[in-house]
Design a protein around this ligand. Structure first.
Ligand code: FES
Length: 163
């Protein structure tokens, strides 16, 4: 998986560090992430990029499962509106993420932990900026209230199958 350089972020013993997943669609968003890597742009090491065919393919259950397992924040990155290679996938993802944000408020996790961004393949700086913004937001909010207090040697990203 090609991605932007991750900044070295040594974890101090016992200090909480957020875990964030960025779902990138196969076309514009992943290309923007790839371009960020080619340009050696950096974002924090606690961010895992997950490659999906289209943001419209990300099921509500997948995001809820990630939060249930303790992921602190999720960014959904898709093509620009009107630019989805599956016509309306990003529009469905936008509606789904707004619905999910309401649900996250209702269950006490908080809507700020989920965001969506639309990118063209050339928008590597915007990709990195949005990633850094969600990292800052999550670190301000603190750990996901659903985070399990178990197996400290297993990261939450590993638990949901992110390499
Ligand atoms: Fe990029 Fe659908 S292919 S959001």
């Amino acid at each position: 998986m090609s991605q932007a350089q991750v900044a070295a972020a040594p974890k101090a013993a016992g200090k909480w560090q957020s875990e964030i997943i960025v779902f990138c669609c196969n076309f514009c968003a992943y290309a923007a992430a790839d371009l960020a890597g080619a340009r050696r742009m950096q974002y924090p090491a606690n961010v895992r990029v997950v490659h999906v065919p289209c943001t419209g393919k990300i099921a509500l259950e997948h995001i809820l499962a990630a939060f249930e397992k303790g992921i602190d924040g999720v960014l959904i990155a898709g093509c620009l509106e009107g630019g989805c290679h599956f016509i309306e996938g990003n529009l469905r993802a936008k509606r789904r993420s707004e619905h999910l944000r309401d649900m996250l408020d209702e269950i006490g996790v908080g809507r700020e932990r989920l965001r969506m961004v639309n990118l063209s393949a050339a928008m590597a700086p915007t990709f990195v900026q949005r990633v850094n913004e969600i990292v800052q937001t999550i670190e301000g909010l603190g750990p996901n209230p659903l985070k399990a207090h178990d197996a400290p040697e297993t990261t939450q990203a590993q638990k949901v199958g992110v390499p």
